[in-house]
Ligand binder design. Sequence first.
Ligand SMILES: [Zn+2]
Length: 460
Amino acid sequence: MSSNNLTIDIDTHGLITDLQKLIKIPSVSARKQNLEECAKEIVEMMKRIGIKAELLYLEREQKNSTIIPPVVYGEVKSKSNPNGKTLLFYNHYDVQPEEPIDLWDFGPFEGKIDGNLIYGRGASDDKGELVTRLKAIEYFLKNRGDVPINIKFLVEGEEEIGSNNISNYLKKYKEKFEADIVIWEFGYIDQKLKPIISLGMKGLLYVELTAQGASRDVHSSLAVLIENPAWRIVKALSTMVNEKGRILIKDWYKEVKKLSNEENKVVNSEPFDEDGFKKEYGISKFINNLKGKGVKKALICEPTCNISGLYSGYSGPGAKTITPSKAMAKIDFRLVPNMDPAVQFKRLENHLKENGFEDIKITKIHGEAAGRTELNNRYVKVIQNSANEIFGDSIISISSAGTGPMFDFIDLLKAPCISIGGTYIFSRIHSPNEYARIDLLEKTTRCMIKIIDNISISSL
Ligand SMILES: [Zn+2]
């Protein structure tokens, strides 16, 4: 780190108190709780910093209702460079539920500080990340009276429940959100304190399969006569994948592109602690005995067919002899670029029909495509250089194994999306005792400042 970076004088005290303020608002989207209140607090925070801010709603008549939570829009135009590049920060103000509450050492909505750690639901995901972006802008406005490029914010309230309205918001307010580059809402920092710069997210198709038998659970002596829907579901599921996890649905992989040589090189160079990972999850081997590059490739670019839930019959203690009336399976398919969730859904429907399972009802719960920014996009280097200046080193990842609405941004705004942030890899997001590391929040704020400066320099 050059001494120059140490002199980026950010407001750590304000960073902590602002984060605490946000943690104290239990904005749990799963329960539609305190969402507008949290959005309003962020608008106030932005205004105090000097960011022009407002709440956006999807439907005029929904104002003051809690049906669809508002999006916070923030904007600072560069006075010195108004026709220059525009960076859009995408974040979210909603959080996961705090349960199970008895496993927390501190109140989940207290924002308790313990040494270098600040605890609370949303400390890292995503209120901590948001505050680093806000503090970076405050730095510019306080110290330079201007931002070197145009800055925009989109802070949504439904990320933790699937971002179902984000594409509608992007469509309705397309001009407001126009940008040259989007900095994504999260970014991990690994054990060696290297930030992981991720260029993509997998897509998701979530379905429910239901098989119906008799009109009620019946005595299992009647299993000689009455078809068991649990068998129907099990048999249908068994046609969908082979032992190696390969999906057997016709044309499932048809549009999937192979990684380029350059992408392969990046995948190879990504560090991955196989033994540590196995230990963490209490497993002795990976599917198909995957090792080395195979493990990393699977995480980055393999589609999945995963049974998330399987329900039928009696599951209490001891024996109960019934033939259940209903059986259900919930399945999530992770998708990779070029797989269209609607097309894949059709293929699944056809597969069930062609294999004699037309009686099984199939319901689509959620579908979103994968999003990925090309490795050779010019902003990748700019952001990597910025991260290296602050953190000393960084890791490029072609794609995260998780899902987020990145496709909507890339597709509608035609802008590259890059993930970089300050979330320590073991910060227990979505779990009890979620925390953020204060040192990493500070570094990430400096990193955001660097990114903004470097984008303005690189586009001169
Ligand atoms: Zn989350």
